[in-house]
Write a protein that binds this ligand. Structure first.
Ligand code: COA
Length: 345
C-alpha cells in the first residue's frame, strides 16, 4: 500500500489548473535533472507545449500522485494509434527519489494496467535508464523481460575527428548518389517516397523486442511535422538519391531545440539494404556534422541512441568519437502477468 496521504488522480494538460500544471512541471524538472544532469531545466511553457502537441498517432493518458499540493510521481500510458502494434501499450512511471520504495510505483502501475485492460492492450513495454538502477529492480519484480538494450552515445564535438569527416565526405559515392536537404516539414509531393525511406528503420535490430514494424503514412508524417513546428524544434534531414533511378537511398536527421542550444540529437540514420556497402552512411553523417559545425556554433555535444547490437551504426559512431553515455533497456511483459503480480500483493 502507498505511503499515507498520497492521492492519485488522472492528469490532463487541457483541463489541469495552473497550480497543478506548475506542480507537475516541478516534478518533471527534478526527474529530468536526475536522468540528464548536464542539461539545463526546461521552461514550463516549453514542457507544457510538448504535452499539448503530442501527435495523434499516440493516445496518451497520464496520472499524477499528489502529497498535499506537491506532485511526487507520474505515470503515463501511450497507446499506438497506428496501423500496427495496437495490442501494445508503452508505459512510463517515475517517482521522486525520496518517495521510492513505499508502494507508489506499484499503485500507479495498477492504474496503468486497468487502463490497458480497458483498452484491450495485452503486451506492455517500458524503458529503464542505466543511470537509475531502481528501474531495473522494479522491472524484475513485475516479471518483465529485457527486449532490447539501446546505447545512448554522446560525442563531445571538441573531440570530433575532423580530418576523418573530411575524408568521409571526399570518399562518398558522388558518382552514384546526390545529396539534398529537407529543412523543416517534409515536402508534400514526396511524402509517399519519404514514408518508404523512413520505413527502412524497421531493418534496424530490435533484438528480442516483440513489436511489429512501424509503418509511416503521409498523414502520420504531417502530424509529426506539425508537432515539431508547434514545439519550435528544428529538424534537418539530409537524404541521398540514387542518380540512375531517382530513388531515395538513405537519410540522416538531427533535432535541435533552441532552448537547449548546447545539445543536438542525432536521430535516425538509414540506408536501403540494396544501397548499403557504398559508404553512404559515413558520407551522410560526415556531411551533416560539417553543417552543424558551420551553422550551429552553440552545439557542444551530440547524442544518439541505437540498439547495442547495431554493429554497423556503432562502428560509424565510434569512429566519429561518440562514446557510451548510458544505456536504455526496453522491457516487455504481458498485461496478464502484471495483473497477477498486483493481485498477489
Ligand atoms: C521504478 C520506480 C518507478 C519504482 O517506484 P517505487 O514507488 O519505488 O516502487 P514500489 O515501492 O511501488 O515497488 C514496487 C515493487 O518493486 C520493488 N522495487 C522497487 N524499487 C526497487 C529497488 N530499487 N530494488 C529492489 N526492489 C525494488 C519493490 O520492493 C516492490 O516489490 P513488492 O511488490 O514485492 O513489494 C522508481 O524507482 C523510479 O521512479 N525510478 C526511475 C524511473 C524508472 O526507472 N521508471 C521505470 C519504470 S517505467
Amino acid at each position: 500500500m502507498a505511503e499515507g496521504s498520497i492521492r492519485i488522480s488522472s492528469f490532463e494538460i487541457k483541463t489541469a489548473s495552473r497550480r497543478e500544471v506548475a506542480a507537475a512541471h516541478a516534478l518533471t524538472t527534478r526527474l529530468q535533472a536526475e536522468a540528464w544532469p548536464e542539461d539545463p531545466p526546461r521552461a514550463l511553457a516549453d514542457w507544457e507545449g510538448e504535452l499539448r502537441t503530442i501527435p495523434p498517432y499516440w493516445a496518451v493518458q497520464r496520472w499524477v500522485a499528489w502529497r498535499g499540493e506537491e506532485a511526487v510521481a507520474t505515470a503515463t500510458t501511450y497507446f499506438y494509434n497506428t496501423l500496427q502494434n495496437r495490442h501494445i501499450a508503452d508505459l512510463d512511471i517515475a517517482v521522486l527519489p525520496e518517495h521510492r520504495r513505499r508502494g507508489i510505483g506499484k499503485e500507479l502501475l495498477a492504474r496503468l494496467v486497468t487502463a490497458c485492460e480497458e483498452g484491450g492492450k495485452t503486451l506492455l513495454t517500458f524503458g529503464t535508464d542505466s543511470a537509475l538502477p531502481a528501474g531495473r529492480a522494479f522491472a524484475a519484480r513485475v516479471g518483465a523481460r529485457a527486449g532490447m538494450v539501446s546505447a545512448t552515445n554522446q560525442l563531445d564535438l571538441a573531440s570530433l575527428d575532423r580530418a576523418l569527416m573530411e575524408r568521409w565526405c571526399h570518399e562518398g559515392p558522388h558518382d552514384l548518389f546526390s545529396l539534398g536537404w529537407w529543412i523543416g516539414p517534409y515536402p508534400e509531393e514526396e511524402l509517399i517516397a519519404i514514408c518508404e525511406l523512413k520505413d527502412v528503420m524497421n531493418t534496424a535490430p530490435r533484438d528480442e523486442l516483440e513489436v511489429e514494424d512501424w509503418t509511416w503514412t503521409p498523414e502520420m508524417v504531417r502530424q509529426s511535422d506539425a508537432a515539431l513546428a508547434a514545439r519550435k524544434r528544428e529538424r534537418w534531414t539530409l537524404y541521398a538519391r540514387h542518380r540512375a533511378s531517382g530513388e531515395l537511398a538513405g537519410f540522416t536527421k538531427v533535432f535541435w531545440d533552441p532552448a537547449q542550444p548546447a545539445a543536438l540529437w542525432q536521430g535516425d540514420t538509414g540506408v536501403l539494404p540494396k544501397y548499403r556497402g557504398h559508404g553512404l552512411g559515413k558520407w551522410l553523417k560526415a556531411t551533416m556534422i560539417a553543417r552543424v559545425l558551420a551553422e550551429r556554433p552553440t552545439v557542444v555535444r551530440v547524442r544518439t541512441a541505437n540498439a547495442s547490437s547495431n554493429v554497423p551504426m556503432l562502428k560509424i559512431n565510434h569512429a566519429m568519437g561518440f562514446r557510451l553515455y548510458k544505456e536504455w533497456t526496453i522491457w516487455q511483459v504481458e498485461a496478464a502477468s502484471v495483473r497477477a503480480y498486483l493481485g498477489a500483493g
